[in-house]
Design a binder for this molecule. Structure first.
Ligand code: Q9C
Ligand code: ZN
Length: 368
């Protein structure tokens, strides 16, 4: 057996992102994207480093045009400007039901936040103020902007870019611990806990720097509507996603097999929806199909949108995958024989995240 090191890129900023809450049906509820997600993965990366099973790296700062290659500048500016404004605002009080049995609500204090209140409508929507901008640039109410949101989102993008640069300089396997995650972020909309599309930014960087074809494989259990949106009209980036049937689960509106791309991009977008509760063998069989199709586009680099929310113990209850499934998936992925950058997306089962990430990374680097 021949072993190659993974280089893992991370920074402590990944633990500094603290979404206030998720507004579901008008009611604030706890976000699943908690800082501990990054905290436990960082601990695991450090312990893998101690046993010399991977190398660690910190993110470099890249120029903003690498972000503008994927997102409209106006959108990024909205994120920057809103974060900056919130950073100097006083905390906001929110009533929350803390004891439903005794019908008791408690007032909680949160660092200043911004949510959309209205979404674009009409035949030619225009936005000229902050309230309408917040709806223009978002597709849900689970993705608040806070004082440090721009900073942490940019740091996550820089982790992905640093991973991409590592591939360019000859590293075979890189991993970027991106938090906030990215694959739901569209060209000009945040949503699904995502602000900047880290995987898409990395893919576009590699394409720009090397002029070679790149593929994105998305094994987070949700459809990566953002990545699909960004590359929908190009044949330069083949996008495939395995995800829970969006007739049942977020992001609901996209992720259907008939979405195959547009114009030059027709045939370069492949959606493979799977039923809730899908198990290892069915998942891995569909992954094989996804990889076979990906190969046909002859990519020179592969970006994996890596989410662990398909795990059987994940609180979102999407698939029923075991930890070993991530080893088998990693093996299939590394058998592609091209450099791979894995970018962290979702995965909310704190207890299982360390085993899932280490199992995946270890299996990635064993080839026969
Ligand atoms: N009641 C990623 O995995 N909605 N995003 C959850 C559950 C948001 C997931 C609500 C799901 C977004 C990157
Ligand atoms: Zn997900």
């Amino acid at each position: 057996m021949n072993k190659e090191q993974v280089v893992a890129v991370f920074s402590d900023r990944a633990t500094q992102h603290q979404p206030t809450f998720d507004i579901y049906n008008g009611i604030p509820s706890a976000s699943f994207d908690i800082p501990e997600r990054a905290g436990v993965i960082i601990q695991e990366l450090i312990s893998l480093r101690q046993s010399e099973q991977l190398e660690l790296a910190h993110p470099k700062e890249f120029d903003l045009p690498f972000v503008y290659a994927v997102h409209d500048k106006e959108y990024v500016e909205h994120l920057r400007r809103t974060s900056e404004r919130l950073a100097s605002k006083p905390p906001i009080l929110v009533p929350e039901i803390t004891d439903p049995v005794n019908r008791i609500a408690t007032v909680k204090e949160y660092p200043a936040f911004a949510y959309p209140s209205v979404f674009p409508h009409g035949t030619n929507p225009q936005s000229h103020n902050r309230t309408s901008d917040r709806g223009l640039y978002a597709f849900d109410t689970a993705t608040p902007i806070m004082g440090n949101t721009y900073e942490v989102a940019l740091d996550a993008a820089n982790c992905a870019l640093t991973g991409a640069e590592l591939l360019h300089s000859g590293t075979k396997f890189a991993y970027a611990l991106c938090r906030p995650p990215g694959h739901h972020a569209e060209r000009n909309k945040m949503g699904g806990y995502c602000y900047l599309n880290n995987a898409a930014i990395a893919a576009e960087y590699l394409r720009f720097i090397t002029n070679k074809r790149v593929a994105v494989l998305d094994i987070d259990a949700h459809h990566g509507n953002g990545t699909q949106d960004i590359f929908y009209r190009t044949n330069e980036v083949f996008y495939t996603s395995l995800h829970v049937d969006t007739k049942e689960k977020p992001p609901y509106y996209t992720g259907y097999p008939e979405e195959k791309g547009q114009g030059a991009g027709y045939g370069y977008n492949l959606n493979i929806p799977l039923p809730i509760g899908t198990k290892d063998d069915d998942f891995l069989h569909k992954l094989e199909i996804a990889l076979t199709q990906t190969k046909k586009s002859q990519p020179q680099f592969l970006i994996v949108s890596l989410g662990f929310d398909g795990h059987m113990n994940d609180p979102l209850e999407l698939f029923k995958l075991t930890t070993d499934c991530y080893a088998r998936a990693a093996k299939q992925i590394s058998d592609m024989g091209i450099p791979v950058l894995s970018v962290q997306e979702g995965g909310y089962g704190i207890k299982d995240l360390p085993a899932n990430i280490s199992t995946y990374l270890k299996a990635l680097t064993f080839s026969n």
